[in-house]
Design a protein around this ligand. Structure first.
Ligand code: ZN
Length: 410
């Protein structure tokens, strides 16, 4: 069985080769889960086959399946109780120091069983899928102790098999210092390196290792130490860098050969240049900027002008960006960081695929790539970003099959 999408008003291929990556009045032919042919106008007879399902996408816009390349998918609880504190201006780091923030989610996550965590995460994956996300990166880091981190990573591994959305896992034990190691960052680092990470590697539970490099969490020196050891153990590197203070996280990402650096609201000019030179993808999270209420967004335009590849993600997490919907994030990226709708779509497809090392399989509409596609009930790309707060997705195609139709999962 195959699938044809025809008469699409716009196909945003997210490749550099075809006219800015946009085809008008286009078609896509899919066979065996892969993209077989792309073109404009009438489909040549020789390419049609009687067993093929046809979707008429007249008046609609087709993009690659969205890739949410930075999420904290598996966790327990929620943190709406912090809203009054946020409204009265208590900074995030202060909420964390008083046992709130990440640490309250750690308590909630430790209490849940793997099945309970999966039930909660499955609901999020359903939401992501009906809003157009076909691949998601999922970080651990709300368990922190051995059993809880493994429980979360196993939950993600099982969901990857059970759910249509593909999940790429990251170990982020270095998300906060757990209460058991308060004041002993070195002890906690060595516990991760010696006790947790070898087990994760052996059991194929995560491909990447991530770290929260920030004032009051892990210093640049501590981050460098943990990144070096993670690399030696065979993990690819990611880093939460320069979110609140310009510590030098962008520079460190480049120095350590990280695949991506995330947040970067306070990145220095040197950090931007180093990231461009070392081909580090910047993962920007404008939903989190909005949620932190500081009015500060990452300097996306400056990064783009300096040759940094910019990806955009939800940062889906219970404290600083509780949304699974990348379409809402598109609007924040546009209005908060002055990115164009086409830059944003690329940031959520091919550039996001680079941020998780999947650029050869997904992220663009090219012959031979996986047929992960979104058909938006939208006459053009600008409209998706402009008309915000609703779900524009008409259909989601995953591996050549329709998995969501008009907001309903198949
Ligand atoms: Zn994060």
């Amino acid at each position: 069985m195959g699938l044809i999408i025809k008469n699409a008003s716009y196909i945003v291929t997210c490749t550099d080769s075809i006219l800015d990556g946009v085809i008008e009045n286009g078609y896509i032919i899919i066979k065996d889960g892969l993209i077989k042919s792309i073109g404009t106008g009438v489909i040549p007879d020789c390419l049609c086959d009687k067993n093929i399902e046809i979707i008429d996408a007249k008046g609609k816009t087709v993009t690659p399946g969205l890739v949410d390349c930075h999420t904290h998918l598996v966790h327990g609880g929620s943190r709406e109780n912090e809203l009054p504190m946020k409204l009265s201006g208590v900074p995030y780091i202060k909420i964390l120091e008083s046992g709130g923030g990440i640490l309250s989610t750690v308590r909630a996550t430790r209490e849940l069983s793997k099945e309970q965590l999966k039930d909660k995460a499955r609901k999020s994956l359903d939401q992501m899928l009906i809003h157009g996300t076909t691949t998601v990166e999922a970080k651990s880091g709300y368990g922190l102790d051995f059993d809880s981190e493994i429980k979360c990573l196993e939950a993600a591994k099982e969901l990857n098999i059970e759910h249509p959305v593909d999940i790429v896992s990251t170990y982020m034990g270095a998300h906060a210092i757990p209460p058991e190691f308060k004041g002993n960052n070195k002890g906690y680092a060595d516990f991760m390196i010696k006790d947790v990470m070898p087990y994760i590697k052996e059991n194929g539970l995560a491909e990447f290792a991530d770290i929260f490099c920030e004032d009051g969490v892990f210093s640049v020196a501590e981050s460098e130490y943990i990144m070096k050891k993670s690399k030696e153990l065979g993990f690819k590197l990611k880093i939460h860098a320069d979110e609140i203070v310009p510590l030098g996280g962008g520079e460190l990402a480049a120095k350590m050969g990280a695949i991506s650096a995330e947040h970067l609201l306070a990145v220095s000019e040197q950090g931007i240049n180093d990231m461009a030179d070392a081909n580090v993808t910047a993962v920007l999270l404008p939903g989190t900027s909005f949620y932190l209420m500081t009015g500060k967004f990452a300097p996306a335009r400056k990064m783009i002008e300096n040759g940094v590849r910019v990806a955009i993600s939800t940062d889906y997490n219970p404290g600083t960006c509780p949304t699974e919907n990348l379409q809402t994030i598109m609007t924040f990226a546009c209005f908060g960081m002055k990115m164009t709708p086409l830059e944003i779509i690329k940031g959520m497809t091919i550039n996001a695929a680079y941020a998780i090392g999947r650029e050869n399989e997904i992220g663009s509409i090219e012959i031979g790539k996986k047929a992960d596609l979104v058909i938006f009930d939208s006459p053009n790309v600008n409209y998706i970003v402009y008309h915000f707060g609703i779900n524009h997705v008409d259909k989601v195609v995953k591996g050549g099959k329709i998995v969501a139709n008009n907001g309903i999962l198949k």
